[in-house]
Ligand binder design. Structure first.
Ligand code: GSH
Length: 229
């Protein structure tokens, strides 16, 4: 686990990000959770600065990670890069089987719960309880030993960091009043979902999430989405 002292990268790290981008949030969370020294640069996605496109990333997407003079893109790659750069943060299990299991957990979240994020958050569609619970039911077998985090880890692991931005945005909608509160009530009270909900709440309470998730900005973003459909 990362110590209280900030981890100093061998070369300076700059993260180009946006508070409303869940992909960028993955990289922001991994750097924050591992307590790495880095510079944060917010990019206005509706009005990208010329210098960003010319000098940093002509592709124009966030997250973009600058490491020394090198540019790294794609959130799954930037996130793993940080985990690899700081093995002492213990974000990826060393054991190859556990590593495979942790990848499977993130993969199954993408398969089953990412579509829920797309519906209730990105598309601005209230969705249905049945769909949400069906997705959780399918994901649950892959959420093994997640007490409090994957493999019994006491801090967020890479698998959870890949998942967290989408999970936090699903919960944001459930808590927002944009949809009925039945889903949230069932998640909190039905013993069948206690394990999932506790794991999710543990993620939301970590420094990585608390230090990066701008609820106000994301709520404004999703409200606009609901208003436009
Ligand atoms: N597959 C990319 C997706 C990144 C992405 O789509 N970022 C969006 C913001 S959430 C972006 O930069 N959009 C600006 C654009 O497409 O021009 C990743 O995982 O990093």
């Amino acid at each position: 686990m990362a110590s209280l002292k900030a981890l100093v990268p061998p070369k300076p790290i700059t993260l180009y990000s946006s508070v409303v981008c869940p992909w960028a949030a993955r990289t922001w969370i991994v750097l924050t959770q591992a307590n790495v020294e880095f510079e944060y640069v917010e990019i206005d996605l509706k009005n990208k600065p010329e210098w960003f496109l010319k000098e940093v990333n002509p592709g124009g997407k966030v997250p973009t990670l600058k490491y020394g003079d090198d540019i790294i893109i794609e959130s799954a790659i930037t996130t793993e890069f940080v985990a690899d750069l700081f093995p002492e943060a213990q974000l990826i299990p060393r054991d190859p089987f556990l590593r495979a299991q942790s990848r499977l957990m993130a993969d199954r979240f993408s398969e089953f719960l990412f579509p829920i994020y797309r519906e209730v958050y990105y598309s601005g569609n209230p969705g249905s309880d049945a769909k949400i619970f069906d997705a959780i039911d399918k994901f649950l077998p892959y959420l093994k030993d997640a007490k409090p985090f994957f493999g019994g880890s006491d801090h967020l692991t890479l698998a959870e960091i890949l998942i967290a931005p989408f999970l936090s945005r699903i919960y944001l909608v459930l808590e927002s009043g944009l949809v009925g509160d039945e889903t949230l009530k069932t998640l909190a009270s039905d013993p069948k979902y206690e394990y999932f909900n506790t794991w999710a709440q543990n993620i939301l309470a970590t420094p990585g999430l608390k230090g990066t998730f701008d609820k106000t900005a994301n709520l404004a973003w999703v409200k606009e989405r609901y208003a436009s459909v």
